[in-house]
Design a protein. Sequence first.
Length: 148
Amino acid sequence: MQDPLVVHREAHIAAPPAAVFALMTDPEKILRWMGTEAQVEPQPGGLYLVNVTGARYARGSFREVVPVHRLAYSFGWDGSEVVPPGSSLVEIDLIEQGDGTLLRLTHSGLPSADQCAGHAEGWAHYLGRLTEVAAGRDPGPDSFHGRT
């Protein structure tokens, strides 16, 4: 049985793992699919800081970086007492497939079912946008822009 306080998401992406990895670790490329500002230092102990909606900063630090295969970073929201910076863990595995990449995301350490539901919605939204960008398409304006 899966832990009810863990978000699991998968996305099939029509791009090789190296391209997907770059879209998740290069600040300019991150902004193609998520956020209005990004500062990332993809190395163990490095900063993860993304203004996700233009109104809310996600902050944490990288725990594990295995180029083109895996990212793990602590995660939380600036100014939040419920999910403060660094209080949860995002783990992303990129698995090469013949036609692209299988992205497996696990977000653990969230404090409640409501927080899991909200983060699951957010990850579904942004992984959908990532999939579009990786396939060379414009995901259009972010409908989450301005959300707090």
